[in-house]
Design a protein around this ligand. Structure first.
Ligand code: HEM
Length: 521
């Protein structure tokens, strides 16, 4: 194999450099010859791990981040966790220099593991529907082809305008729903409010992926098949973490969890196909009537690639876009509730742009809300949505002084760095100011408050494989939080210890009895 120096690749200064120049990878690390062998990586033996997971063992029933904390304490900044029962062995790394090196050498088609249950289902579907279109959770050239078709539709700024109106409508329904749900006396919403937030994020993604308002936020007459789709996405996500993160024999014998997962997936497939077919009819009808929109919807643009692509993308967007955004929104509402002076500062920024309650944001207005953006960024630092990022090594690299062969599964966990004083001053505080540029800043901002290393904070991943929903989620979070804060004072009068439980994602784990009182204009 042709081996070149890795130096140039590691010097690249921006994410774009790696995206534009995949040739920088496939090189040999100059430290390789002197590094320690892979087999010397610290970590538990298979037996210690197996024992540890049994009842009474040290790893038994630990939350994901408790487990990470313990591994780090026991084995240091990099360790090797052997695979059990068909799971791949995984190297876990906790420092930013390692992350940078992995991302800089990830190659043209970065490989991310962890989605095996989805791939297993799709590759084994009897009708072979997914044979030549496995979806964005695949790897290699298959993924590369799909992602090149998805990027121009989903990652372009000019397409953001397409989401604005439907998301505004969903937002109006959500505000109305909060008013219906809150208690007449206490103004608190019910403990299961997370369900309503999930409906909101589901509706928001569906307006993009299916070009359809599903009506889940309505008080009555919620369409049955939309409710079923919502439920099935929930089932799939829960089973996905169970099958993907815990040792399981589902690839060899269909376990009850796998059967539940695949049944839900069958129904998701049927409903998404139905909605896409409806959309095709709608679009054709409009076109015949000479009524086609100037700006094509996302689904119309995906249908231009082909029908199968549109269906698979709709499924992937629904899977990727509901729990993640729910977690981010809950975190942000909690941070604003617990920091009323920051909430008020945000409200002042919003009301300065939109002094009247019944007007809606234009795209132009959305562009100049620096404090809102800072609040969102800071909230995902305080309450991260994922524990970090995953890759398979794209080349032979030296990490933490050890040789890591190409293809090794890597889990890069940044959760501890986000709360580390050497990266973020006053790390436990919610300080949106730390993300403001100098011109928007005040006394609470300081360059010293924020990490200089761009690899510490990567909530949406990195490079060509980064979150394909990034543009959607930016608009969705900005619009939703802006509308909630200009309509309501948010309070949360309960403790916030252990608010989130971590599996692969951090999901809310306590009753969410937020108090919403109307803002008086
Ligand atoms: C706050 C919300 C969100 C967060 C924190 C988030 C985070 C991430 C991360 C970390 C990745 C992996 C990136 C990498 O490997 O480099 C990812 C991938 C992905 N996300 Fe998101 N995401 C969010 C919202 C969304 C939304 C709203 C959608 C859909 C509309 C979405 C769809 C996807 C898909 C399909 C992938 C796989 C992309 C690929 O592998 O090519 N995500 N996301």
């Amino acid at each position: 194999m042709l081996r070149r120096t890795v130096k140039n690749g590691l010097r690249a200064s921006s994410q774009l450099a790696a995206i534009r120049n995949p040739e920088q990878v496939q090189q040999v690390d100059p430290e390789w010859e002197t590094a320690r062998p892979f087999a010397d990586l610290p970590g538990p033996t298979r037996w210690q791990l197996f024992r540890g997971y049994q009842k009474g063992g040290q790893y038994h029933q630990l939350d994901f981040d408790e487990l990470m904390r313990l591994y780090r304490k026991q084995f240091g900044e990099i360790c090797m966790i052997p695979g059990l029962f068909g799971m791949p062995s995984t190297v876990i790394a906790f420092n930013a220099e390692t992350f940078e090196k992995v991302f800089r050498t990830e190659g043209q088609w970065p490989v991310r593991g962890g989605a095996e249950p989805v791939l297993h289902y799709r590759e084994n579907r009897p009708d072979g529907f997914f044979k030549d279109c496995v979806g964005l959770f695949s790897n290699g050239p298959q993924w590369g082809k799909l992602r090149s078709s998805a990027n121009p539709v989903l990652m372009q700024h000019r397409n953001v305008a397409v989401y604005l109106k439907p998301m505004q409508r969903v937002n109006r329904q959500f505000i109305q729903r909060v008013r219906e749900l809150r208690d007449g006396e206490t103004a608190e919403v019910p403990a299961d409010f997370v369900h309503t937030i999930k409906q909101l994020t589901f509706e928001s993604v569906a307006t993009v992926a299916l070009d359809k308002e599903l009506g889940l936020l309505r008080k009555t007459n919620q369409p049955a098949e939309a409710g079923k789709l919502f439920q099935n996405i929930d089932i799939v996500m829960e089973a996905f973490f169970e099958l993907g993160l815990k040792p399981s024999i589902y690839k060899y014998i269909s376990t009850p969890t796998y059967r539940k997962f695949s049944r839900a997936f069958d129904e998701i497939f049927d409903t998404c196909s139905l909605y896409v077919n409806e959309a095709i009819e709608r679009i054709e009808r409009k076109s015949k009537e000479g009524n086609s929109k100037e700006h094509k919807s996302i689904l119309e643009q995906m249908l231009q690639v082909d029908r199968k692509f549109a269906i698979v993308m709709a499924m992937d967007l629904l899977m990727g876009g509901v729990d993640t955004t729910t977690s981010a929104l809950v975190g942000l509402m909690l941070n604003l509730a617990k920091n009323p002076e920051k909430q008020q500062k945000l409200r002042e920024e919003l009301l300065a742009k939109l002094p009247s309650p019944d007007r809606e944001f234009t795209l132009e207005e959305m562009k100049s809300l620096p404090y809102l953006r800072a609040c969102i960024k800071e909230s995902m630092r305080v309450y991260p949505v994922t524990f970090g990022n995953m890759r398979s090594a794209g080349a032979d690299v030296v990490l933490g002084g050890f040789r890591i062969p190409k293809g090794t599964h890597l889990l890069m966990s940044n959760i501890f760095l986000l709360k580390d004083e050497s990266f973020y001053a006053r790390p436990e505080e919610f300080l949106p100011e730390r993300w403001l540029r100098r011109k928007d800043a005040d006394e609470d901002s300081s360059e010293a408050l924020i990490s200089k290393n761009p690899f510490v904070y990567l909530p949406f991943g990195f490079g060509p494989r980064m979150c394909v929903g990034k543009r959607i989620v930016d608009l969705e979070l900005e619009l939703t939080v802006a509308n909630v804060v200009r309509n309501f004072h948010i309070e949360f009068n309960y403790p916030t210890e252990k608010v989130f439980k971590s599996t692969f994602l951090y999901m809310p784990n306590i009753p969410l009895g937020f108090k919403f009182t109307d803002v008086r204009y």
